[in-house]
Design a protein around this ligand. Structure first.
Ligand SMILES: NC(=O)c1ccc[n+]([C@@H]2O[C@H](COP(=O)([O-])OP(=O)(O)OC[C@H]3O[C@@H](n4cnc5c(N)ncnc54)[C@H](OP(=O)(O)O)[C@@H]3O)[C@@H](O)[C@H]2O)c1
Length: 300
């Protein structure tokens, strides 16, 4: 599997695997072990987490696997996030869910993640969402401390605008390595808000969350998703490809910015579909047909 070099200490697999829904999968430790080993076998070595996933349960659940099989840790790149505070047992006094990108919270969150995962380092830490109160100088200060201590090797952001990215990157001496945003044939937002242009200009490879639009592109429920699915089915038929999920991943992989889709499925055959998509050659026209189906009107 192709790797993308994001920094001197981080190369990620072209397809990443997300663990947001781990607690919904309801799988045993043994089944998780097999799932992770099969993913690694396919060359999928970048695993995406966040402190808050599964009401703060996903990190410790995954950590049980690393405690049981510590030898796995060197075989993948561990990505996690911080900056959102959810009402939970962890924060019993919290009145409302909100964002916290203070240095104090970032440092505490990383210590908790390391403990959860039973590991001594995180390969990539992302600020989960832009915080209206964020102070880039303070975030960068926390990042420098974490880098110096070796607790976190690389840093990035998620759901940031170009301006927010640049603001933080200025204080972090240009060391941010990625921005994780929602991209799919259903969600074209970042083609329209300048983010994809910014990534191209800066040589940033974005990670794409919800590549199947959280399942909506498999089970369409509105006019837009039905339009896209119809076009995906036609494209799959014309290329003799079994499964529109493969066409969705091929559509994401086609873009020259080198989007890294994060597969959200807990089923190994669905992860394999994403890997298989690396072999599909869409034409430029096919890419546009899907883009136009999403927009719902022809291009000028
Ligand atoms: N940074 C952020 O703000 C942010 C936000 C959301 C997500 N993320 C990350 O992105 C990852 C992916 O997001 P996502 O889970 O929303 O991805 P997704 O792939 O768009 O959606 C996954 C959902 O679609 C279903 N699905 C996927 N492939 C399918 C297929 N071929 N056929 C039928 N159903 C299919 C899955 O069910 P099955 O499990 O049954 O296959 C699951 O319910 C997350 O795990 C997380 O790591 C980040």
């Amino acid at each position: 599997m192709e790797k993308l070099k994001l920094s001197s200490t981080l190369s990620v697999s072209r397809i990443a695997l997300g663990f947001w829904r781990l607690m919904d999968w309801k799988i045993s430790l043994k089944a998780l072990e097999h799932f992770v080993e099969d993913a690694l076998q396919m060359g999928v070595t970048t695993f995406d987490h966040a402190d808050i996933y599964g009401n703060y349960q996903c990190e410790p659940e995954f950590g049980k696997l690393l405690k049981h099989k510590p030898g796995l840790r060197d075989q993948f790149q561990l990505v996690t996030k911080c900056g959102i505070k959810l009402k939970s047992d962890l924060f019993p006094d919290l009145g409302i869910n909100h964002y916290d990108t203070s240095a104090h919270h970032i440092l505490k969150s990383v210590d908790r993640s390391l403990k959860n995962f039973n590991t001594d380092h995180i390969d990539l830490l992302l600020i989960h969402r832009p915080d209206p109160l964020m102070n880039p100088a303070e975030i960068a200060d926390a990042f420098w401390q974490l880098k110096k201590s070796g607790k976190v090797l690389n840093f990035g952001v998620s759901n940031f605008t170009p301006l927010q990215y640049e603001g933080l990157n200025k204080y972090f001496d240009g060391n941010l390595v990625t921005n994780q945003v929602e991209i799919s044939p259903y969600c074209l937002e970042h083609f329209e808000n300048g983010n994809i242009d910014f990534f191209m200009n800066e040589g940033i490879h974005p990670m794409a969350w919800s590549p199947i639009a959280q399942g909506l592109l498999i089970k369409p429920t509105d006019e837009k998703s039905r339009r896209i699915v119809k076009k995906l089915e036609e494209t799959a038929a014309s290329l003799d490809v079994d499964g529109i999920d493969k066409i969705i991943y091929a559509w994401l992989l086609y873009h020259p910015v080198k989007i890294i889709p994060i597969v959200g499925s807990g089923k190994i055959e669905r992860l394999k579909s994403a890997v298989d998509a690396l072999q599909i050659n869409l034409s430029r026209e096919q890419w546009y047909e899907i883009f136009i189906a999403s927009k719902g009107y022809p291009l000028p």
